[in-house]
Write a protein that binds this ligand. Structure first.
Ligand code: ASP
Length: 342
């Protein structure tokens, strides 16, 4: 059976099961199967009652295709890094998510993109922040890791570097969707100097994308790509391009990608905290994820979530918002995709 048909069958199956509410968090976190790739498309006010069946099907399909792209790479024996790049590129190119095409607009009505990637084998990492025009920011983050002496490049310097790497650029119109523009106009009208927290509740979606994969050699890679938070100040940088805050990977424990109110994720060093809790307190991946998201961040008032995958193929999805777009694919090609809390 060709893989396109395969993934469509899975998509339909999953859609049916999601609609029937069969994937409650507790059920899939107890799975005994080995996960090879987990992805997210952001956390926030994602409620079933606000979602049309058509939009739900569209999102499930795109997340299913992202998982399948990464899965095929892992199955061929290629690296976890290649798998997460394929999955993240798929989501960056999809205007439904706040990364690449479809990214949110800053206070001035422009798209500014952030991304980071980390390799759990040698702890090499790369990131870019506050860039314009780079079609797939995660590819630029990887280029920083592989072809520069640095970890993080920002703004025009990062763009110049991406051009020297022959990465693809697009005009502003490519990134700015009608939906992003409409949300921005609404937010601007609601409160001229609002900032994120005064946005209408239906716009409380983070929409960042991320992936963590485990390959046949036991290497874990994690990556995150985002447009940041709507109405952010020009020049604001969130957690997503910061290694240890939005992204982390260490083969001895786990890889993690975060989404949420970045200022909290920076202050609580969320991505590294997950690894540290596993390493030094010997917590399981689910215990560590919940300790940070449901305990520490909840107490602090930090909204968001994370996805994580450990060296043995155990995974965690934890979020303290009404929903988080999330998916996992196991080594037998079965996948779970879910958006809501219950
Ligand atoms: N964490 C991102 C930021 O603060 C936003 C998101 O997850 O969507 O920039």
């Amino acid at each position: 059976m060709n893989s396109k048909i395969y993934s469509r069958i899975y998509t339909l199956l999953i859609l049916t099961l999601v609609s029937a509410g069969l994937f409650a968090q507790s059920q899939y976190s107890e799975s005994t199967k080995k996960a090879v790739l987990v992805i997210h498309g952001g956390a926030g006010t994602i409620l079933k009652e606000n979602m049309s069946p058509e939009k739900e099907a569209e999102l499930i399909e795109t997340m299913g295709n992202a998982l399948m792209k990464g899965y095929k790479i892992i199955k061929k024996g290629k690296s976890s890094e290649e798998a997460i790049i394929a999955a993240i590129n798929h989501l960056e190119d999809d205007p439904n998510f706040n990364a690449g095409k479809g990214a949110v607009l800053n206070e001035e009505g422009n798209v500014e993109l952030d991304a980071s990637i980390m390799n759990g084998k040698d702890l090499q990492a790369g990131a870019i922040a506050g860039v314009h025009g780079i079609k797939n920011p995660i590819n630029a983050a990887r280029a920083v890791k592989d072809h520069s002496k640095h970890v993080l490049l920002s703004g025009e310097g990062a763009e110049k570097f991406a051009r020297s790497e022959k990465l693809k650029f697009e005009e502003p119109e490519y990134f700015i969707t009608d939906k992003a523009k409409a949300s921005w106009l609404k937010a601007k009208k609601n409160s001229e100097s609002s900032g994120y927290l005064n946005l209408p509740v239906e716009d409380h979606k983070f929409g960042t994308v991320g992936a963590v994969a485990l390959d046949k050699d036991g290497n874990i890679s994690a990556g995150t790509s985002t447009g940041g938070m709507m109405m952010k100040k020009y020049g604001r940088i969130g957690d997503s391009p910061l290694i240890g805050s939005g992204t982390y990977a260490d083969n001895s424990t786990a890889g993690v990608s975060c989404t949420g109110h970045g200022e909290f994720f920076i202050r609580y060093a969320v991505a590294y905290d997950l690894v540290a809790l596993m390493k030094y307190k010997e917590m399981s991946i689910n215990e560590a994820a919940d300790e940070i998201i449901q305990n520490k961040l909840m107490k602090a008032g930090g909204a968001g979530g994370l996805i994580a995958l450990d060296k043995d193929g155990n995974f965690a999805f934890s979020f303290n918002t009404p929903g988080m777009y999330r998916g996992v694919i196991f080594d037998d090609a079965t996948m779970l995709i879910d958006f809501y809390k219950e």
